[in-house]
Design a protein around this ligand. Structure first.
Ligand code: GLV
Length: 311
């Protein structure tokens, strides 16, 4: 089988994949066009429409990330070609740490202490116990489930939400539209780990932000499209004085890089990070990629994504 690898670090992936799949020919998108055209499999993160359009003999695609939105929105995506995605591949641990940082940032008042420091103000604020700090996690896929359980193990009461019913030890699970309505008013920090699909786009709008309790905080290591940005800015309010929404830690944006003109950059109660919450470490991801390619080539069952559902 011939596998075409396309990522920012394609050469490192090519070498490492060749070691794991000695029976395969692994090339990168820098290979000559004639070689690219004959690729059987594509292992890629955000391939261009131009590249996808060239690959007319594809038998399968491995998405080198958890979110398949960029691939599914690519106009040149061939129909009917099975797509396998990385389901966790070492990303869930770093994302769980990112979320713990965010939850504790608000629960332990680091945001308020930072503002006090700027005024040289020494004032201990009343502490809120973890047991009083309910966290909501929207999205209970491989990553969301791990995040929810990590927070529960840390001692936070955790409410999880997914479209279809799920059960997770130590997590109060909700589902469907009614489940979301039950969850939102209960949580002090809301974490977004949903995929970008037509059903989740702008799920965090004025109505859902209005359903959160006064002073709630938002943590988004998921997708920018989940949030209606105008509604977010409205709920945050201006300046240092806390609005309905106390603050937000945001890692994903509808347009990345976040444009310099975005008011989020300079908002005093917003922390912006550059889509760094879940780096994909080569090692674990490579094992999953090699396994998926080998299984597809052998005609063995593989867990593929459902393009209609979007994940
Ligand atoms: C990163 O955002 C991913 O989807 O893996």
């Amino acid at each position: 089988m011939r596998v075409l690898v396309h990522t920012d670090a394609a050469e490192a992936w090519r070498k490492a994949l060749a070691e794991r799949l000695p029976e395969a020919e692994i090339i990168t998108s820098a290979a000559p066009a004639a070689a690219r055209h004959r690729a059987d499999y594509l292992a890629a993160w955000k391939p261009s429409a131009e590249l996808l359009g060239e690959l007319t003999q594809l038998k399968g695609i491995v998405n080198l990330g958890a979110g398949v939105d960029a691939l599914l929105n690519n106009p040149a995506l061939p129909r009917g070609v099975p797509i396998v995605k990385l389901r966790d591949a070492g990303m869930a641990g770093p994302i769980a740490d990112y979320v713990r940082y965010g939850v504790m940032h608000f629960q332990r008042d680091f945001d308020r202490y930072r503002r006090q420091q700027s005024r040289a103000e020494w004032c201990e604020l009343p502490a809120t116990d973890k047991a009083e700090w309910r966290v909501g996690v929207l999205g209970l896929g491989a990553i969301g489930a791990r995040v929810a359980q990590t927070l529960a193990d840390d001692g936070f009461p955790v409410h999880g939400w997914s479209r279809s019913p799920k059960t997770l030890p130590g997590v109060a699970c909700h589902h469907g539209d009614d489940g979301l309505r039950e969850l939102l008013p209960r949580v002090k920090s809301l974490v977004l780990l949903l995929p970008d699909t037509p059903a989740t786009r702008q799920i965090i709008d004025a109505e859902s932000l209005g359903a959160l309790p006064e002073g709630a905080s938002l943590i988004n290591p998921g997708r920018g499209s989940l949030i209606d940005e105008a509604a977010l800015l409205e709920a945050l309010g201006d300046g240092e004085a806390e609005g309905r929404l106390r603050g937000a830690l945001l890692d994903a944006f509808p347009e990345e890089p976040l444009p310099a003109s975005s008011p989020l950059w300079s908002h005093p109660r917003v922390l912006v990070t550059p889509h760094m919450a879940g780096p994909t470490p080569l090692g674990e991801a490579l094992d999953q990629v090699a396994e998926a390619l080998r299984a597809m080539e052998a005609g063995e069952p593989v867990e593929t994504i459902d393009p209609d559902a979007g994940y």
